[in-house]
Design a protein around this ligand. Structure first.
Ligand SMILES: [Zn+2]
Ligand SMILES: [Zn+2]
Ligand SMILES: [Zn+2]
Length: 286
């Protein structure tokens, strides 16, 4: 059973035969910065069953460590498949899949550097770094998120883009809509909403690509053109800035208030925490 996948903008399209042998949630800071999500979920299947349908030449690459390369769509910033022919594997960001891969997350890895505002709610095994079955795969330094009351600091994967936000966020939602799943290439997004004037670029604003989904009223994502890492998206017209929480280097001091658009959540992801759920948007505040 072949399953297809694509990036948010649709430039990258692929097909993968399966069967999927591995599905992991990774909480490392590099995944959080690349995806912009609380954690990334990867699914692996035999490399020979992977085919590009379109967009292979629009894939950007960033070397995040001597061992690691990160691939992304240069148009929309979605995370692109990682092809490892030497290991016989194709590893895809599960959020970009368009159907049910028939496998469910098996474990959490790199929980040693997970986001402080995210509590792992399920009973899957948790590994500080790589699980033992990955063998002696080299690990790299992954800094934990520090606390800095009253201020949130963030940066992209390569560090070219950095920003700060002062004061408290207004809202924090975990969004399961298909756009967020593709844009963050993960199970769901976790976005903070701040007033526009609380936000300031420290450096690299000119490196930020703002991608507005053509068929959407205002949905879009922003990312660093160098590394593909998710960045805040400023909407001066609406007076807000949407900050993906995954890439933050400090604790924003708020926890997710709701799961939204759960009616379109990924078939492979189960919500197991007690945070309120809304099939689409929550009702307007009273
Ligand atoms: Zn794209
Ligand atoms: Zn990771
Ligand atoms: Zn960057």
């Amino acid at each position: 059973m072949a399953i297809q996948g694509s990036c948010l903008c649709g430039t990258l399209r692929y097909e993968i035969d399966g069967p999927f042998s591995m599905m992991m949630n990774c909480h490392c800071s590099m995944c959080r910065k690349h995806h912009g999500a609380p954690f990334a979920t990867f699914a692996a299947a035999p490399a020979e069953g992977f085919r590009w349908l379109s967009g292979e030449n629009a894939v950007g690459v960033y070397s995040s460590s001597p061992q690691g390369k990160r691939y992304f769509c240069t148009v929309c910033g979605s995370v692109a498949p990682l092809l490892m022919p030497e290991a016989g594997l194709a590893v895809v960001a599960a959020g970009t899949l368009e159907g049910d891969p028939g496998i469910r997350p098996q474990a959490h890895m790199f929980v040693g550097s997970k986001a402080p505002w995210y509590t792992i709610p399920d009973s899957l095994p948790q590994h500080e770094a790589y699980p033992p079955e990955f063998g002696d795969t080299p690990t790299v330094e992954r800094p934990a998120v520090s606390a800095q009351p009253g201020k949130a600091l963030g940066s992209c994967l390569c560090g070219d883009v950095a920003y700060e936000i002062t004061g408290a966020p207004m809202l924090m939602y975990q969004c399961h809509c298909s756009r967020c799943r593709k844009g963050r290439s993960s199970a769901h997004g976790a976005n903070l909403f701040y007033k526009h004037d609380a936000f300031r670029w420290i450096r690299g604003e000119e490196q930020v690509v703002d991608y507005q989904l053509p068929q959407a009223l205002r949905f879009g994502v922003a990312f660093c053109r160098q590394c593909g890492g998710a960045t805040p998206r400023v909407s001066a017209a609406r007076g807000v800035v949407v900050v993906p929480a995954g890439p933050l280097d400090t604790d924003p001091g708020m926890k997710p208030m709701a799961h939204i658009f759960v009616a379109s959540k990924a078939p492979w992801f189960e919500i197991t925490d007690a945070v309120p759920q809304f099939s689409e948007l929550p009702p307007p505040a009273a």
